[in-house]
Ligand binder design. Sequence first.
Ligand code: CP
Ligand code: NVA
Length: 321
Amino acid sequence: ASSLIGRDFLTLKDYEKDEIETLLWTAKDLKCRLGNGEIYEPLKGKVASLIFQKRSTRTRLSSETAFSLLGGKACFLSPDDIHLGVNETIRDSAVVLSRFSDVILARVYGQKVLDDLANFADRPIVSGLSDTYHPLQALADILTLQEHFGYVKGLKCAWVGDGNNIIHSLILGGLPLGMEFRVATPSGYECFDHVIKDAKNLAEKHQATLTFTNNPFEAVSGADVVVTDTWISMGQEDEKEARLKAFADYRVTKKLMSNASKEAVFLHCLPRKQEEVDDEVFYDPARSLVWEEAENRKWTVMSVFLHLLANHRPLINKPKF
Ligand code: CP
Ligand code: NVA
């Protein structure tokens, strides 16, 4: 693959199949090596600014620990710590942050904030989630499936729930690798039109199946993977009552899972709320991969930081995708 040095990581739409595979290959390489105690510090002397306009457990911890393990220094900036967009324009903040850091990760509400940061900063910008995308999560999800099944091409993946940032990124990252998607959302809560358009183009390009439905049973039927997320994303708290009603038939239950393949697994990016999935499914040690998925956030963001800032050749053989 060509070098990824200096690129932004805002959406997987900007990444080709071989680039996504390289990022996952390196994630696995780092997991095998640093996970076993090897010291590897190619980012010594580098600084990452981590901007969070929203709360986070996994994204903050994974990016902060990953950057430090590679030898760099990460600075966490909560909304109370930074002027971004409040006392200072995004443009000015982007220019100043570029003078202090080698890479900038940001978790924001609107995708436009990330796009503006990318426009005005002369350092790579990494999305830590926006209302539209969560590409780091998608990398972790795909790695988790690759580790479990030994491949991802042809896996039938059913989404049951909100047409949100998580499924947007999962389809944009999974389709190039040949994953198949059946997306079930309630009417009025479908994926964004522009993402559906991009996803349909990708499905055609990579000859992968992609369907959208309002019927969770249809989506899950014969699936290898069932994925959901909260029905109420950060920033949608006011819509709680309406959403609980609209999504009532989209809860991932044991009964719904029994429609999937016998060997089907369950994914959830976390944090989980009670309503979208039964405990029986969520805590099922044989079927639920949610804890592996959470851990893989660390190895995948580590891979992204590394490739945006330095050259890296994995030592392990390339996994099958
Ligand atoms: N999955 C995820 O991004 O979790 P956090 O909100 O805790 O970062
Ligand atoms: N869809 C959720 C994901 C949280 C990681 C949200 O945006 O709040």
